[in-house]
Design a protein around this ligand. Structure first.
Ligand code: FAD
Length: 404
């Protein structure tokens, strides 16, 4: 690697908007930037504008807790996220800067027999599809994370866990900035502080994208606007089966390294990971109501603190540094919506809810392939919007709720 951190000079100031581009990507989060990188590097498509209403990757990409894993439930989900993990393994080389990918494994705790049984099903499916996912007993849990409160004989006794050696974490803004820098070097224009306000639809095609800085004619359009996906797609007349909920997280003051895996508890709805800065990143489930807001709440802070202190009692007294929220675009089956829309040249990379950071490389790669070839690759076909009409749902709720 030539250097291990992004340099702001890598991303030149965008020039004035051109009257047209071959591809307009709405949303300058990790997904939009990854798609721009793949279009310009692997498909020779460089007339690309990424339109971002705020600042680069300031949406959910900046707010997520960076869990990367492939221990899902459905074969389609596992195959897709397996490719995601594999791309993360080579991402620092691909981007020529260090995304701090740390493949330290993820341990999901079972406090009940029922949870353990469901873990067996997940482990078998995962093994069958080539991921490193296995059920471990109490003793193995204690060996993996010696500082855990096993609660022997208590109501939340840890009976075992799902150990996923492929799981890991990476630095979220390094990922986004890495893609942005690479795409910029190949001529992609990134227009920050530029908001898409509508689409000019003629027949079954988007003719132009309307922004607060003017009209842009476009060959193809990708929607990758995170928590605003429902609203942005609706501007083109496409109603997605998405509802938005806030999702919160928080970090403690930095501590010496002591937590060497990702730890997640289904029953406590709490997960923890120690960042490379030493902070303990703590997350859990979504807020229980629909809302477009990035404010954080006292009751969620208390809930997350309670779960964290139950699992690691010595955290009591450790100070919190920050708490925040993102708006997550949730689908009914907890799987994303990728591929075609009812309009010929409008493509969807939506429904990433609480689980889409890990998919940043693979979604960008596969959506770029889709746009360049005008054809949805097999790996994305199960995630089509049509599945909600044909009832071919990909239910990942059980693998998504507690650890993202
Ligand atoms: P974003 O990063 O949100 O980017 C979309 C961009 O579109 C934004 O920058 C926004 O400003 C822009 N935009 C919106 N409307 C417009 C418009 N009209 N015009 C122009 N631009 C527009 N996922 C995981 O895999 N693992 C995790 O551990 C995890 N933890 C999470 C924790 C929290 C607290 C949250 C909130 C999310 C978490 N996620 C996690 C989910 C993950 O963050 C998202 O799924 C992922 O970042 C989506 O990336 P994106 O690029 O699609 O969206």
């Amino acid at each position: 690697l030539s250097r291990d951190y992004p340099v702001s000079g890598d991303i030149p100031a965008a020039p004035d908007l051109k009257p047209s581009y071959d591809v307009v990507i709405v949303g300058g989060g990790g997904h939009g930037l990854s798609c721009a990188h793949h279009l310009s590097k692997y498909h020779g498509i460089r007339s690309v504008a990424v339109i971002e209403k705020g600042y680069l990757a300031g949406g959910n990409t900046a707010r997520n807790t960076t869990t990367i894993r492939s221990n899902y439930i459905t074969p389609e989900g596992i195959a897709f996220y397996k490719e995601a993990v594999e791309l993360f393994e080579g991402l620092s080389q691909e981007l020529d800067f260090n995304v701090m990918f740390s493949q330290r494994g993820q341990l999901t705790l079972a406090h009940t027999e029922a949870t353990l049984r469901s873990f067996h099903a997940r482990a078998e499916m995962g093994k069958h599809l080539g991921t490193r996912t296995e059920v471990v007993d109490q003793k193995a849990v204690e060996e993996l994370v010696p500082s855990l409160n096993m609660d022997h004989g208590g109501a939340l006794e840890i009976l075992g866990g799902l150990w996923h050696a492929d799981g890991g974490t990476a630095r979220h803004d390094a990922v986004a900035w890495g893609y942005a820098a690479q795409a910029s070097r190949r001529g992609v224009e990134i227009h920050q502080r530029t908001e898409v306000e509508g689409f000019e639809v003629v027949g079954d095609r988007v003719q132009a994208v309307k922004t607060n800085r003017g009209r842009i004619a476009c060959g193809q359009v990708l929607i990758a606007t995170g928590g605003m996906n429902y609203d942005v797609a609706l501007m083109a007349g496409v109603e997605l089966p998405i509802r938005c909920y806030p999702l919160q997280a928080m970090v403690t003051q930095p501590l010496k390294p002591w937590l060497h895996t990702l730890v997640s508890s289904v029953s406590l709805h709490t997960y923890l990971v120690q960042s490379s800065r030493g902070e303990i990143v703590i997350g859990g489930g979504s807020d229980p109501y629909q809302l477009y807001s990035t404010r954080s709440t006292l009751d969620m802070k208390e809930h997350l603190a309670e779960g964290a202190v139950h699992l690691f009692p010595f955290l009591q007294g450790v100070r919190l540094l920050r708490q925040w929220a993102g708006i997550t675009d949730m689908t009914p089956d907890y799987s994303p919506i990728m591929g075609a829309s009812p309009l010929q040249n409008l493509w969807l990379d939506c429904g990433w809810g609480t689980w889409g950071f890990k998919a940043t490389p693979v979604a960008g790669k596969r959506m770029a392939e889709t746009i360049a070839k005008g054809r949805v690759p097999d790996i994305l076909k199960p995630f089509a919007l049509e599945r909600f009409e044909t009832f071919r749902l990909l239910n990942e709720m059980g693998a998504t709720a507690a650890s993202h």
